[in-house]
Design a protein around this ligand. Structure first.
Ligand code: FAD
Length: 865
């Protein structure tokens, strides 16, 4: 260890950043005397930059070549005249963005960071573009880069004039949200030799963790040149003492032209480097920094020369992004460093900027290499993973995703980190997307709602707005909303067997480049239909229609249909909902159906529900009410399937009683299938039939021959003359949110795989999907899968396993996952996984499925490793 000393050893002669006065006087005189020569040389070089052939690199522009020359001269004077430490803790032009950070307990500065002469001190730091929010508001997408500036340890200050360009470039192109640039003590000052810079780096990191409440995984260490050396020093310290001092590792590290061999600056002559002429660094600068920072210690030791002392990453999956210019003097060291650290387990990605000098991220704007700096920052964004890693990622903030989040929080292993990635800018899923008139649930809200969040209104079929508000309030009440990353759309997911995690490419609205997020487990709450494309029904001639054609999935906001004649094509739940709602304002609304379905009236409220909530405590009433509605819906389905003839008779009787005389039951309400072979359509308090009786609503059963500019012609010869056509023809089935899935880079088809307990895919590790029931509220089925998921997590914890993958132990016949035969569900086999037998069977019965999820075996055909 570099700093090890025996207790009785004499205090060594400490070299400080300030050279002796005589030496300084000599250097000044020497500089003054050589100035005419230096300026003449400079003038000649500038002249040579006028011609591409005489520039250090012919590919450089005049601007780049000239600026390089100016920076080289300035740096030479800077090094000779020792213009170093000018640090102050006053806010300056950075105002509120400047913050003073104080050291924490001295016990945290141990080992190489403990030094009798150099104690941790308060330091300043600049935030770009602003300070972080209070800890309570720190969200999972807040990625903070903790950047240590370069300057040979001797110059620089992390303020706007120094690192402002770098910070802005990282924010715009790397994808981080905030950059914090500490003003660590400089070796050109009195107390700035090692370990001062790493002590200060630790002070800043602890400040971010404890005062700012930023989780370590959301922090990226970054450093340019000497700052890269400091970032590595801090990582080494965490590697050596993190466990004992409870200092976690950051999410990632990015090093820009890092100085990884400080010792070489003293031992070797930089001018021998083949890149000396294409770089602006000079020997005096390197020696000044190396000598002043090392003080009395050996600069070729582990902390200052990490090139020769590789150490393993403090966290297994920590990505390291390394970048350099291939025409800088440090380029060879950087390549060797990448090789050595990669060999001992770091996930190194080496980026190179061709024909570029040293540290273009810091000086890109001054040297004319902005484009290259931006490219480098973009590349780092793709490869540093932005430090985002979660134990579980839920995709989709619909009812399934939010419910799963609750199960993870309350029943999963403690400390399970999770985030919900949602492509839209709001939660709700289906209930946020659909805006057609009258939109509401068509199954009772008591079983559709969350089991853990009572629905407090006595309304059994709730409107989309009510459902969305309820979902938002429920999520907020459990703090689940704090885990949602909106406008994060997952484009691809690849299982990496080497790292045993999923690597997601996520498109963030407003950002050019996708970001990478990793997670151990993936949970899909992405629903079952395509959000972007509706189901295109084959309606002959529809393109000729001169009026408006609207698909309910994309209802135009504020569309005025007052006094218009509307034809709704379709007979499903949407058509049954839209008809009475539009009939309130439209002149005439006709439901045009090829074949009829079952329409049944449900009361908007229930006396028993009202009574339960009136006399019992809310949690008891909620529980009993849910059971009542569960049994009610279960028994209806069972009875309809057991005695279809009787069920048909009852429905016929009830329907005929509600129809007006001019709309006959046969053919308009006489389905060709038995009840519950396709979904039932519910209407609230008979509103659908009331609209028919009012004369404004109508039902026509027939097949469309063609649509002309103003007319819909049926095979029967009947003609309809609508102003507007609503195509309520169903949804385009899509599974897995349109994400390109792969295992170890090999894509797979969902429809070719069996589904284990209707929730995990054969041969696909750590992936679980949430689906509901066809004949009962969706949430019930999604909750069965969510509970199964937390059991699997706990099982894995007990077995100390990190991977769970289903594998069938025998061959079996395959069946469709869904059995209803509505038009849009006909493509089920092409889209959904296959169902088999035993643990591979589809979910069909809530009570049995929930019992299996809670108490059944989770190891039959599920391999853990
Ligand atoms: C009009 C309509 C009415 C319905 N009424 C009922 C009813 O009354 N009762 C019933 O049981 N069922 C009903 N359903 C079925 C309904 O879809 C489900 O009940 C339920 O809302 C589905 O919830 P979910 O969370 O699983 O999926 P969704 O609500 O579809 O939510 C999926 C979420 O995932 C997000 N997402 C998808 N892909 C990605 C991606 N790649 N990256 C990031 N985010 C992504 C979406 O943006 C969306 O927010 C209805 C469906 C429709 C269309």
């Amino acid at each position: 260890m570099e700093m090890a000393r025996t207790p009785n050893a004499k205090p060594p002669q400490v070299r400080t950043g300030k050279p002796p006065r005589v030496m300084l006087l000599f250097t000044y005189c020497y500089t003054i005397l050589t100035t005419p020569f230096l300026l003449a040389h400079f003038a000649l070089d500038i002249l040579l930059t006028l011609f591409p052939q005489t520039r250090p690199i012919t590919g450089w522009s005049l601007n780049q070549a000239a600026r390089m020359r100016v920076v080289k001269l300035v740096l030479l004077y800077w090094s000779r005249l020792r213009w170093g430490d000018r640090l102050t803790l006053r806010p300056g032009g950075e105002r509120n963005r400047f913050e003073v950070m104080h050291p924490r307990s001295p016990k945290l500065y141990t080992g190489a960071l403990s030094d009798a002469g150099i104690q941790p001190e308060a330091i300043g730091a600049t935030w770009t573009p602003a300070r972080p929010p209070p800890p309570a508001l720190v969200r999972p997408e807040l990625t903070v880069v903790l950047h240590f500036h370069g300057g040979g340890f001797a110059v620089g200050n992390g303020r706007d004039e120094d690192t402002g360009y770098l910070a802005r470039t990282l924010i715009q192109h790397m994808g981080c949200k905030l950059v914090c640039t500490p003003q660590y003590r400089l070796s050109s000052g009195t107390n700035g030799r090692f370990p001062a810079p790493v002590q200060d780096a630790l002070t800043a990191y602890l400040w971010l963790l404890h005062e700012k409440g930023i989780p370590a995984r959301q922090i990226v260490f970054s450093g340019d040149s000497a700052g890269g050396n400091i970032a590595l020093g801090l990582l080494r310290y965490i590697h050596e003492h993190g466990a004992e001092l409870d200092i976690p590792a950051p999410g990632a590290v990015a090093l820009w032209s890092p100085w990884v061999d400080v010792g070489a600056a003293i031992d070797q002559d930089m001018r021998q480097s083949p890149n000396y002429k294409t770089d602006y660094l000079n020997m005096e600068f390197g020696r000044w920094g190396a000598a002043s920072v090392s003080g009395n210690m050996d600069p070729s030791g582990p902390y200052l020369s990490p090139l020769h002392h590789p150490f393993t990453p403090p966290m297994a999956d920590m990505p390291m992004f390394l970048h350099g210019g291939d025409r800088e003097v440090l380029w060879d060291d950087i390549q060797v460093f990448a090789q050595r650290y990669g060999d001992i387990g770091w996930k190194v990605h080496l980026g190179v900027s061709r024909q570029c000098p040293h540290d273009i991220l810091l000086l890109g704007s001054r040297l004319g290499f902005e484009r290259e700096a931006e490219e480098a920052a973009k590349e780092s964004g793709k490869n540093s993973d932005n430090g985002m890693f979660f134990d579980t990622i839920i995709i989709g903030a619909g009812i399934s995703g939010i419910n799963a989040a609750y199960r993870i929080q309350t029943e999963g292993p403690a400390e399970t980190s999770y985030a919900i990635l949602e492509g839209r800018d709001s939660l709700g899923g289906t209930w946020d997307l659909f805006r057609y008139p009258g939109i509401r649930s068509d199954s009772d809200i008591f079983t559709f709602g969350f089991p853990w969040s009572p629905w407090k209104h006595n309304v059994s079929l709730a409107s989309a707005e009510q459902i969305k508000t309820y979902m938002r309030q429920s999520a907020e009440s459990q703090g689940i909303d704090q885990h949602i990353l909106y406008r994060h759309s997952v484009a691809s997911a690849n299982w990496s067997p080497a790292d045993k995690n999923w690597v997601l490419q996520v498109e963030v609205t407003g950002q050019d480049q996708p970001i990478t997020i990793r997670s151990r487990f993936l949970l899909l709450g992405t629903g079952y239909y395509d959000y972007e494309k509706p189901l295109e029904a084959a309606i002959p001639g529809i393109e000729n229609f001169a009026g408006r054609v609207i698909h309910p999935q994309f209802w135009p906001e504020d569309y005025d249909y007052n006094g218009k004649k509307v034809v709704i094509i379709g007979s499903g739940a949407t058509a049954v909902t839209v008809l009475p709602a539009m009939a309130e304002k439209a002149k005439q609304v006709t439901m045009l159906q090829r074949s009829p379905g079952y329409v049944f009236s449900l009361p908007s409220n229930s006396i028993i529900t009202a009574l339960l909530f009136a006399i019992l405590p809310i949690s008891v009433a909620h529980y009993l009410n849910r059971i009542m509605w569960l049994l009610r819906s279960h028994l209806t389905t069972v009875l309809c399937r057991a005695w279809p003839g009787l069920a048909k008779l009852i429905i016929k009787h009830v329907t005929i009683k509600q129809l007006p005389p001019d709309i006959p039951w046969d053919p308009n309400f006489k389905p060709r299938y038995n009840p519950w072979e396709q979904r039932f359509c519910a209407c609230v308090d008979g509103d659908f039939f009331a609209a028919l009786r009012s004369g404004k609503g109508n039902v026509v059963t027939g097949t469309i021959k063609t649509v002309t500019s103003k007319t819909i012609e049926l095979d029967s010869g009947e003609r309809l003359h609508p102003d507007v056509i609503v195509t309520a023809t169903g949804l385009k089935l899509r599974f897995g949110g349109g994400i390109r899935f792969a295992v170890d880079g090999r894509p797979f088809e969902w429809s070719e795989k069996f589904a284990w307990r209707a929730a995990m895919l054969e041969g696909v590790p750590n992936l679980l999907f949430l689906t509901g029931y066809e004949t009962a509220s969706w949430t019930l089925g999604a909750d069965v899968s969510a509970r199964l998921f937390v059991r699997i997590l706990r099982e894995m914890q007990g077995r100390k396993a990190t991977v769970a993958v289903p594998r069938p132990s025998r061959s079996m016949p395959d069946k469709p996952m869904m059995s209803l035969n509505s038009t849009y569900l006909k493509t089920v086999r092409e889209v959904l996984p296959k169902a088999g037998t035993g643990v591979w069977a589809a979910k069909t019965n809530y009570f049995a499925d929930m019992a299996r999820a809670k108490w059944g075996s989770v190891s039959t055909d599920l391999e853990f490793s």
